[in-house]
Ligand binder design. Structure first.
Ligand code: CA
Ligand code: CA
Length: 582
């Protein structure tokens, strides 16, 4: 490694002795406000930084200028006796608001190649015919007792119902995946554009795929494992399917053979439309719709990372992040611990926390992270084809793909709304699951892609909330049976179903307020009467009189730990009773 650039060595001469037995560290510094104003061009900033460094006990060997919004950051590679003295030296210079070591991230390799399994013989609407689909069915089908390849219980995410009910006209959604180990694959929908933040060019794909051949020095084709979880083609023939149907993955290479620092942070901003042309990376043609980050390391969420993620979320792009595989509280794992993101933990075949998964109150929800089929590199030999993957890296793309399907259906939800629906519609964990018995372990539940999609699409069309006679949909015979059985005690004929979200279950922290106004009056918070407050159930039966139904319009708000949606959402009221009722 060529550590000393001539120009930098000159200004660091005073410290030449300190370089003996020194190590190198990547450090991110945030320039003080007055300096950032004058350091718009990298050269001025560099000169000033080099001058600064000549006064401290560390040497700069490399630097890259970064910025988010009005803030200026520089990543410098410094040589010092140890990490602590590098930080102390930089802090002592007084030039920076912030100085911290760049955390290192690594990603796992696949567990092994898939062994062939024959198709399930019955194929209906939502069931793909792709060769290995039967090994994906356990986590793609609805939750049910079943028979996965190990004979355990299914923990399905209900994707088959999404695919079966997909309308003709959906739009193509772009998911940005910042990762490493990408290789073009005939069964994965990669966008024609990509970015490489390691080599600083516009091509994220490996030139020589032999680096992915199994062996001591091989690189993990992790990027393909992640991308295929989202965007493997539903072609009905080849290999596997991804979670999303009308989708393409915009790849950004941020890992060098599975190892990286803060390059992914730049990729997040590039995905959201920021130019990195000064690095040699072509601008993105349009911002992506969803971002997936299956990368991370043990660290706080530094300001540079936080600001960059905010740059994307402020532009309405949801950022889905793997919780990490260290079996520690996610509070200590970045970027999963950053604000405003969707953090995904991993569950196993028994619908419980995967033993490796990070956990904690910051998790949004969980998805299958054990024995997930994904691709390696197609042209790296037969072992590089479909592989078994394990990790939160493979759980996050299942959620990102589910979100892509929602967006594909034209449901234009804010990130907060999406976060709400992900949690409200998630499958509850089994009662004996560690996710249930220990609070705040695995998030609100396990992804239910169908419930998420249906709730989101109906919500976006103002069709989610309703009041309807409780037995209106029952056949005359069933209704009569209920009426006979329950009789007057249940006042079945006066019972109405009040539904804020029929695809949701009660979840910690989530609640609903119900309002009413005199029929025909505008429904605003100031003139509406609070009819039910802090109701935990999203769907229940209650007695309502004919007069109450005839005289009022009804609406509701969704609340997340006491913070409620600002506008009151309308509920449709159908007071038609079952024919058997008086
Ligand atoms: Ca490249
Ligand atoms: Ca396929």
């Amino acid at each position: 490694m060529n550590k000393f650039k001539t120009t930098l060595v000159l200004s660091a001469l005073a410290l030449a002795t300190s370089a003996v037995n020194a190590e190198t560290f990547d450090v991110i510094v945030k320039h003080k406000t007055q300096m950032s104003a004058m350091s718009k061009d990298g050269a001025a900033s560099k000169a000033q930084l080099v001058n600064t460094m000549s006064m401290v006990d560390a040497q700069i060997t490399k630097m890259k200028h970064r910025s988010t919004g009005k803030s200026n950051y520089t990543i410098v590679t410094v040589e010092a006796a140890d990490a602590q003295s590098a930080l102390v030296s930089l802090k002592r210079s007084g030039q920076f608001d912030e100085v911290s070591i760049v955390p290192q991230m690594t990603v796992p390799s696949p567990k092994g190649a898939v062994s062939y399994r024959a198709h399930a013989s019955s194929v209906d609407g939502g069931t793909p015919m792709d060769l290995y689909y039967s090994d994906q069915q356990g986590y793609m089908a609805a939750l049910k007792a079943g028979n996965n390849h190990t004979g355990d219980t299914y923990s399905g995410h209900n994707f088959e119902a999404v695919w079966a009910n997909e309308p003709e006209n959906t739009t193509t959604v772009r998911v940005g995946v910042a990762d490493g180990g990408f290789a073009k694959h005939k069964d994965v929908a990669f966008a024609s554009e990509s970015a490489d933040f390691i080599d600083n060019d516009g091509d994220a794909f490996a030139e020589d795929e032999s680096i992915f051949l199994p062996g001591e020095n091989s690189c993990s084709p992790h990027g393909n494992g992640v991308a295929s979880g989202i965007a493997a083609l539903h072609d009905g023939v080849v290999g596997i399917v991804g979670a999303a149907t009308n989708v393409e993955v915009v790849a950004a290479r941020v890992l060098d053979c599975g190892i990286g620092g803060l390059q992914f942070v730049d990729a997040v901003q590039w995905f959201a439309g920021k130019s990195y042309a000064h690095l040699g990376i072509p601008d993105i043609s349009e911002p992506v719709d969803v971002i997936n980050l299956s990368v991370g390391g043990e660290s706080i969420c530094g300001n540079y990372t936080a600001e960059s993620i905010k740059y994307a979320t402020d532009r309405g792009i949801p950022v889905v992040i793997a919780a990490g595989n260290a079996s520690i509280n996610v509070d200590d794992w970045f970027p999963a611990n950053c604000e405003g993101v969707i953090t995904v933990g991993a569950t196993n075949w028994t619908h419980d926390k995967a033993d490796f998964s990070n956990y904690g109150g910051k998790l949004t929800l969980s998805a299958q992270g054990v024995d997930v089929l994904g691709y390696g590199a197609e042209n790296a030999g037969s072992e590089g084809y479909a592989m078994w993957w394990e990790g939160t890296s493979n759980a996050a793309p299942i959620v990102a793909g589910a979100i892509a399907n929602v967006k594909s259906r034209g449901a234009d939800l804010s990130n907060d709304e999406l976060d709400y629906f992900l949690r409200a519609t998630a499958n509850d964990f089994a009662s004996d699951s560690e996710c249930t018995t220990n609070d705040n372990m695995c998030g609100a539940g396990s992804l239910n892609a169908y419930n998420l999609t249906e709730a989101s699409v109906r919500y976006a069309n103002n069709e989610l909330g309703y009041i309807k006679h409780s037995v209106a949909d029952n056949s005359t015979c069933d209704a009569q049976l209920l009426i006979d059985q329950l009789g007057e005690s249940a006042r079945i004929c006066e019972m109405y179903t009040v539904s804020f979200n029929e695809f949701a279950t009660a979840k910690n922290g989530l609640s609903y307020n119900m309002y009413r106004v005199t029929k025909g009056t505008e429904m605003t918070e100031s003139n509406a009467e609070l009819f039910l407050e802090n109701e935990a159930q999203p769907h229940f039966n209650m007695v309502l009189t004919q007069e109450e139904l005839d005289s009022y319009d009804y609406g509701y708000t969704m609340c997340d730990n006491g913070t409620c949606s600002t506008t009151i959402l309308p509920m449709t009221v159908d007071s038609t009773k079952n024919a058997e009722c008086p």
